[in-house]
Design a protein around this ligand. Structure first.
Ligand SMILES: NC(=O)c1ccc[n+]([C@@H]2O[C@H](COP(=O)([O-])OP(=O)(O)OC[C@H]3O[C@@H](n4cnc5c(N)ncnc54)[C@H](O)[C@@H]3O)[C@@H](O)[C@H]2O)c1
Length: 386
């Protein structure tokens, strides 16, 4: 298949690698010639590295790299059967691009966006044929992360959904279908991992090292929330939190924290800037966690309960099926277990009780128990035997 990719940055290049490896003819376009050149060099080095590591035969690596053409001329995209846009996260710039693309390509060319936070409906609204527009959301780094969220807009043709699903499968990725709502699945359901951890810190119950240790040692998460936020960068992570909050019409459960906002404002972006929640200067000793078992258990339980509640609510509101929500968090965020499977094992009655304890204590909306949990408890059912 002839596939065009617009934007040769981190995501566009990664997506190009995935598609070329699956045997597609890829045209990777960027308006910035320097970015195109850099992407070409990076991709060549990437394929070379895979061959050196023995993950690909040298001839395969060469063939796959030859499947990618690079260009800084938009007009070269005209024969594409599918275009995936991965440019800067700016609605007006994306809309302008979609208008230009539509005037260039054939009637049947599918137009997809890799946006993380913008509504697919608003991007599609720029087109004469908005029914051909769909969200295809890869995770970073695209060659390594198996998950792809497919997000139909209200305008999208129904049969484009199954067609896109088959395409994603042909790229050896795992597709899940998500409703066109802020954060789709992963970036919505993961919010409490950060938000509740910061809240525990703000209340003075534990420090970053202890909270991180609770989540890695008891929860089996690869990184604790503060390590992960420092790794992602507060410029990125804080902005996502703020945009999700605004996009949800200021639902208090998504409220950002002053703690992270101040780090962002100070330019303490995390690992990349040398300081975030942790100090990464050379010779700086990393703080040791408090290993009190009861404290660790209470931290882990509180964050997990909030995550399971958000996963339940996403299912309740029809954002995605239970299976797709669980697949999203394990394959798109590397969680050790699907949150709804975890909720079933934790016991839904237990989950309801824990949430009500928080709600009764704080009287804050963020701790409201999702109605689906109450309903399943009443019916003596679980997520996986509805
Ligand atoms: N980085 C992530 O973790 C991640 C994950 C999933 C989705 N996304 C989404 O993918 C998109 C791209 O993100 P990224 O991290 O690759 O960004 P990036 O900054 O690495 O790359 C963006 C590229 O787009 C090019 N560009 C900008 N405007 C353009 C235009 N009008 N026409 C052509 N090229 C243009 C830039 O020159 C740049 O090379 C964004 O919508 C982002 O929200 C990012």
């Amino acid at each position: 298949m002839k596939i065009g990719i617009v934007g040769s940055g981190a995501m566009g290049s990664g997506i190009a690698q995935v598609l070329a490896t699956a045997g597609n003819q890829v045209l990777l376009y960027d308006s910035n010639p320097i970015a195109v050149e850099k992407a070409g060099q990076n991709l060549e080095a990437q394929f070379q590295k895979l061959a050196e590591k023995g993950k690909l035969a040298y001839e395969e690596a060469e063939t796959y790299f030859d499947n990618i053409r690079l260009s800084d001329k938009l007009s070269e995209l005209k024969d594409s059967e599918l275009i995936i846009e991965a440019i800067i996260e700016d609605l007006e710039i994306k809309k302008e691009l979609f208008q230009k693309l539509e005037s260039l390509v054939s009637e049947d060319c599918i137009l997809a966006t890799n946006t993380s936070s913008l509504s697919i409906a608003s991007i599609a609204s720029a087109c004469q044929k908005p029914n051909r527009v769909i969200g295809i959301h890869f995770f970073n780094p695209a060659p390594l992360m198996a998950l792809v969220e497919i997000i139909p807009a209200v305008q999208t043709d129904n049969d484009l959904i199954s067609k896109t699903k088959s395409l994603v499968e042909s790229w050896k990725k795992l597709p899940v279908i998500a409703k066109d709502t802020p954060g789709f699945i992963v970036n919505r359901v993961a919010r409490p991992f950060y938000g509740e951890a910061i809240r525990i810190l703000e209340e003075g119950n534990a420090d970053c090292a202890t909270i991180d240790f609770a989540m890695t040692s008891l929860g089996g998460f690869r990184m604790g929330p503060f390590q992960l936020m420092d790794f992602i960068g507060h410029d990125v992570n804080y902005r996502v939190t703020e945009s999700v909050f605004k996009e949800f019409f200021y639902d208090p459960k998504f409220k950002p924290s002053f703690t992270q906002k101040r780090l962002f404002e100070a330019g303490f972006f995390g690992k990349k800037s040398g300081r975030g929640f942790y100090d990464y200067s050379e010779n700086e000793k990393q703080p040791k966690p408090n290993e009190n078992p009861e404290l660790l258990e209470s931290i882990f339980k509180r964050i997990l309960v909030m995550l399971m509640n958000e996963a339940a609510d996403a299912n309740f509101l029809g954002i995605a099926s239970a299976e797709d929500i669980d697949l999203s968090m394990t394959k798109g965020a590397n969680y050790p277990k699907g949150l709804l499977q975890w909720a079933d094992e934790f016991g839904l009655e237990n989950l309801e009780k824990e949430l009500d304890i928080f709600y009764n204590y704080y009287h804050e909306d963020r701790y409201r128990c999702s109605p689906i949990i109450r309903k399943l408890v009443k019916q003596n059912k679980k997520f996986y035997e509805k």
